[in-house]
Design a protein around this ligand. Structure first.
Ligand code: HEC
Ligand code: HEC
Length: 166
């Protein structure tokens, strides 16, 4: 994807935001295919209820869109859903799966994730979208690289000296 300099910053920002959120819905993985097939087998268990407590994501996001984005975030951060969402184990028979209460805001990590989401959108809209010809929006994975604690970048030995010699 490329940006024309004819796009107003506002338009470019809108395109960029759409790109970030769309990434989750367009990527078809084997897991998606697997889920599609289990949807037809067990529609009740696999349905994605409409979200009720969105504060930073677009309010018109469908349950399916939220779910796909959440799977992407989890992969980019290398965590499970339970890193940010509380599990309700009360009333669950032993061996039964705990029910996640996704709309609850109990976990501080969920709040950090909201701030990170807003930060990422701002980086893209206010800075990256203004880079001529930029087609690479920043995502959670740009920094996190599969880890909840992004690793500090260490310059490989030799690279620093090579740069000095130029
Ligand atoms: C890094 C933290 C994080 C992880 C991991 C995460 N979520 Fe979320 N989730 C959030 C945040 C933040 C919101 C609220 C977004 C907002 O306020 O717009 C949210 C919202 C949701 C919602 C909408 C709830 C509602 O009704 O408002 C669902 C459903 C959900 N997540 C499911 C999942 C699933 C399923 C997984 C695992 C595949 C997951 N989440 C992993 C942070 C996370
Ligand atoms: C510009 C780089 C950058 C981007 C983009 C970014 N993060 Fe982060 N994030 C960080 C850094 C740095 C930390 C602090 C890590 C630490 O203290 O170990 C952090 C911390 C977090 C934490 C708290 C971890 C903890 O243990 O308290 C969460 C949750 C998180 N990020 C979620 C996200 C999500 C979700 C996205 C995408 C919507 C995102 N981040 C995008 C750099 C980034």
């Amino acid at each position: 994807m490329s940006f024309s300099h004819k796009l107003s910053p506002g338009m470019a920002a809108a395109v960029m935001a759409a790109a970030i959120f769309a990434a989750a819905t367009t990527a078809q993985t084997p897991r998606d295919a697997q889920r599609e097939s289990s949807v037809s087998m067990a529609p009740a268990a696999q349905s994605f209820p409409a979200p009720v407590n969105l504060k930073v994501l677009p309010k018109d996001f469908t349950g399916r869109q939220v779910h796909d984005l959440m799977e992407q975030w989890s992969s980019e951060l290398g965590v499970r859903c339970s890193a940010c969402h509380v599990q309700n184990s009360a009333g669950v028979s032993s061996g039964g799966a705990a029910q996640a209460r996704f709309a609850d805001d109990e976990k501080p990590m969920k709040q950090v994730a909201r701030q990170m989401c807003t930060m990422t959108e701002q980086i893209n809209a206010d800075y990256i979208a203004k880079v001529e010809g930029s087609g690479m929006p920043v995502t959670c994975g740009t920094c996190h690289r599969g880890s909840i604690h992004p690793q500090a970048f260490a310059v490989p030995s030799g690279v620093m000296r090579a740069a000095e010699q130029k």
